[in-house]
Each structure stands twice: as structure tokens, then as C-alpha cells.
Design a protein around this ligand. Structure first.
Ligand SMILES: CC(C)=CCC/C(C)=C/CC/C(C)=C/CC/C(C)=C/CC/C(C)=C/CC/C(C)=C/CC/C(C)=C/COP(=O)(O)OP(=O)(O)O
Ligand SMILES: O=P(O)(O)OC[C@@H](O)CO
Ligand SMILES: [Mg+2]
Length: 231
């Protein structure tokens, strides 16, 4: 299954511990993919360690790159965020320039998936790290989405509410404005109902932190989404 068809993703943080039995449940849950990524304490060692453990299962696995030092071969895809509401060019394109300079010759561009990121929880670590601009109006968010689709022509627009459940009506409005760009929604999903709500409008939902807080409930979000069509 190509990333374009993914409806549900579990995001695992390489900086956090996950027991072997929990990892088995996650990888065999029926989720479409695992993303390995986080905003701090991501190292080459903890990324390789988690990649090796996930590779024991058939589920596709992608790296969401947050630091150049932790890039390693062996993933199915590399998701590359550009934080459009960051106030520093570093997080929009400068790190990308440095990484392309280093890896450009050996890169398989088919595996590299640019993500236009919009960080919508002002209190999350990624917002602080990237000095993300806030507050954003609904019009601002829609404009970022349309830029991603029509100006940058990135394949993915990521509404990142990391750690906080987002606004369903805003996700719905953004969704209605995107035709070719795939809408990722991530942030604060804890229940089947929340997973269903967001997956009604987003192409793909991402469940992260709740894996570590309540795995049994987090696992239920997979089935909730699998039987649901996007509107
Ligand atoms: C040989 C080989 C393997 C070749 C591979 C080629 C390859 C992949 C080359 C890289 C090309 C490239 C252009 C790379 C870009 C490099 C780079 C460092 C870009 C910057 C990315 C960026 C803008 C990161 C900042 C945004 C960010 C921190 C996103 C993390 C996502 C997120 C919010 C996670 C949640 O974080 P968490 O830690 O869980 O937070 P909480 O504790 O609050 O939950
Ligand atoms: O960790 P949560 O809040 O589930 O968010 C998922 C993902 O969007 C984080 O990058
Ligand atoms: Mg997290």
C-alpha cells in the first residue's frame, strides 16, 4: 500500500520506551503504517534501534525527519516537514538545503515525501522549537493549505495539533479546499469517536502520544477509521 492510501498511522517516538509486547500489538493492529519521529532527543541510535524492532513486522515504516544526524537508510519513506508557520527559515528550507547538499547524490527521491506543516498547538514542543507563529485565524490556515497545494505542490499538508485535540470544523474547511494534496491530521486523538471525527475530513489521521498513555484505547482507533469513508 502506497502512502497515498494510508488512512491510519501510529507515530512512535524514538526517545520513548516501548515494550516488546506493546510494539507487537501496534505493528499488528492493522494500522496502515508506522512513522518514527519526535521533536526532541531523537538520535541515530534510538532511530536505528526502533527501526530494527519495527522491521520484524510487515507494516510499512517511515521516518519523519526532525534532525539531519538521525537520517539512516532502511525506511520505506522519509517524510520531510517544512513548517510553514515557523518564523525561522531554518525550519522551512535551510535544514533541507543542508541535508540535500549532504545526501543529494545518494537520495532516492521517490522515497522522499515533503510535508507542508502547520503547527496549531502553540504549547507543543515543535511549536516552541520552530518559533511557530500564533494565533492563526481559520483564513490563515486555509491559506497555508492552498499554498501547499497550488504554490509548493507538496503531496501532504499536515495539520499538527500535537498533544491537543484540534478543531473539527477547521479540519473540515481545510479538507474541502484540498484536491490533490493529502490532508494529514495529528493531535490529541484518544478515542474511537475522535478518530472517526477527524478521519471524516482528513485523508489520514496520526495517533501518537496516546499509545504511551493508554495502548488499549489507542489500538481501537485503527478499526474506527478502517470502516469509514472520507466525506
Ligand atoms: C542515505 C540516506 C538514508 C538518504 C536519505 C535521504 C534523506 C532522507 C535526506 C533528507 C532530505 C531532507 C531535505 C531532509 C530535511 C532535514 C531536516 C532536518 C529538516 C527539518 C525538519 C523540521 C522542519 C523539523 C521540525 C518540525 C518537527 C520538530 C517535527 C516533528 C514532528 C512532531 C511535532 C512530533 C511530535 O513531537 P513529540 O516529541 O512527540 O512532542 P510531544 O512530546 O509534545 O508529544
Ligand atoms: O501525539 P499526538 O497528540 O497524538 O499527535 C500525533 C502527531 O501529530 C504528533 O506529531
Ligand atoms: Mg509525542
Amino acid at each position: 500500500m502506497e502512502y497515498k492510501d494510508w488512512r491510519h498511522i501510529f507515530k512512535l517516538d524514538p526517545a520513548k520506551n516501548i515494550a516488546a509486547d506493546a510494539l507487537e500489538l501496534i505493528c499488528e493492529s492493522g494500522t496502515d503504517a508506522i512513522i518514527i519521529g519526535g521533536s526532541d532527543n531523537v538520535t541515530l541510535d534510538n532511530v536505528i534501534d526502533l527501526l530494527m524492532r519495527v522491521r520484524r513486522y510487515a507494516v510499512p515504516v517511515a521516518l519523519e525527519v526532525s534532525t539531519i544526524e538521525a537520517i539512516t537508510p532502511g525506511f520505506d519513506y522519509y517524510f520531510i516537514p517544512s513548517v510553514l508557520n515557523s518564523s525561522e527559515t531554518k525550519w522551512v528550507k535551510d535544514l533541507h538545503h543542508a541535508a540535500t547538499k549532504e545526501f543529494g547524490e545518494v537520495m532516492n527521491w521517490d522515497e522522499i515525501i515533503p510535508e507542508g506543516y502547520c503547527i496549531l498547538n502553540p504549547d507543543c514542543k515543535a511549536a516552541k522549537l520552530t518559533n511557530a507563529l500564533h494565533p492563526l485565524s481559520e483564513e490563515d490556515i486555509i491559506a497555508y493549505a492552498e499554498m501547499v497545494e497550488h504554490l509548493f505542490r507538496f503531496p501532504v499538508f499536515y495539520m499538527e495539533y500535537s498533544g491537543m485535540y484540534g478543531d473539527v470544523q477547521t479540519v473540515k474547511k481545510v479538507s474541502k479546499r484540498l484536491k490533490n494534496t493529502q490532508l494529514f491530521y495529528g493531535g490529541g486523538i484518544q478515542t474511537e469517536e475522535q478518530a472517526r471525527q477527524m478521519a471524516t475530513y482528513a485523508d489520514t489521521i496520526i495517533v501518537g502520544n496516546y499509545i504511551y498513555d493508554n495502548l488499549a484505547e489507542a489500538l481501537k482507533t485503527v478499526e474506527a477509521v478502517k470502516t469509514l469513508s472520507k466525506q
